[in-house]
Write a protein that binds this ligand. Structure first.
Ligand code: NAG
Ligand code: NAG
Ligand code: NAG
Ligand code: NAG
Length: 207
């Protein structure tokens, strides 16, 4: 019974609402990678549509480059009602950002955009927090995503919460914009797009 309740809590947490209102201190997102030209790079929010930003590699020199290219400041909004789904896992929350427009700042949060013909999801910052993806930072400040279904067995087995780290840097195309972005692989394999490299994402508090 205890398990059923925690599973339900987690299922509710996956659909985020405005309850994620406890904003963390500001931080940058930095990458480590076996690829030398990617290792140590940061994430910059890049314009990719009206009010929409993607998570560009700050130093990427793709068809389009981040402008400006300095690391962006992010926040992690958690909820006082939602704790870690299992001992040792990080507190669930949404990755947030303040988009500057002429009339002020718009709170935005990361959603995973899925094109069903691609094998990765593209993290995008949209205004507000509807459909925001729930993530967690582990005790080494690494960004991951927690799941409780093991899809590698037949039949898939629900039960143990586990944190996944399926981040890659990939060349992307979205609504007319070409960038090198942080993406989430849908499954354990490296995405099929040439030029993808495995990365791990860590937060570094900026003050
Ligand atoms: C994050 O939390 C702050 C503080 O409560 C809030 O102002 C902001 O709207 C939240 N961000 C999002 C995207 O919900
Ligand atoms: C990113 O570019 C800056 C400025 O050119 C440079 O100082 C820095 O070493 C670069 N970082 C990486 C990880 O390539
Ligand atoms: C908000 O989060 C901080 C950690 O970032 C924690 O210390 C604090 O207790 C939280 N506040 C509430 C009301 O949950
Ligand atoms: C938004 O503008 C304010 C004031 O000019 C500045 O302090 C802040 O760093 C800007 N934020 C971003 C994300 O560019």
């Amino acid at each position: 019974m205890k398990f059923a309740i925690s599973t339900l809590t987690f299922a509710l947490a996956a659909v985020s609402t405005a309850q994620y209102d406890n904003k963390s201190l500001p931080f940058y997102l930095t990458l480590t990678s076996p690829d030398a030209s990617t290792d140590g790079d940061f994430i910059t929010a890049c314009h990719t549509g009206a009010g929409i930003e993607s998570l560009c590699l700050s130093n990427s020199s793709s068809v389009s480059k981040p402008d400006p290219s300095y690391p962006s400041t992010f926040y992690f909004n958690t909820s006082s009602d939602i704790g870690p789904p299992a001992p040792g896992l990080g507190q669930p929350g949404i990755l947030t950002y303040s988009l500057n427009i002429s009339t002020g700042e718009i709170p935005s949060a990361v959603t995973l955009f899925n094109d069903p013909t691609s094998d990765f999801a593209l993290p995008l910052l949209y205004p507000g927090s509807n459909d925001a993806q729930v993530f967690a930072f582990d005790d080494e400040n690494k960004l991951g995503l927690t799941g409780y279904v093991d899809y590698t067995v037949n039949p898939p087995k629900p039960g143990s919460f586990k944190t996944y780290y399926r981040w890659y840097s990939c060349p992307t195309y979205y609504l007319g914009y070409y960038y090198v972005n942080l993406v989430w692989s849908l499954g354990a394999a490296e995405p099929e797009t040439p030029g993808c490299v495995e990365v791990s994402v860590k937060r570094v508090f900026s003050d």
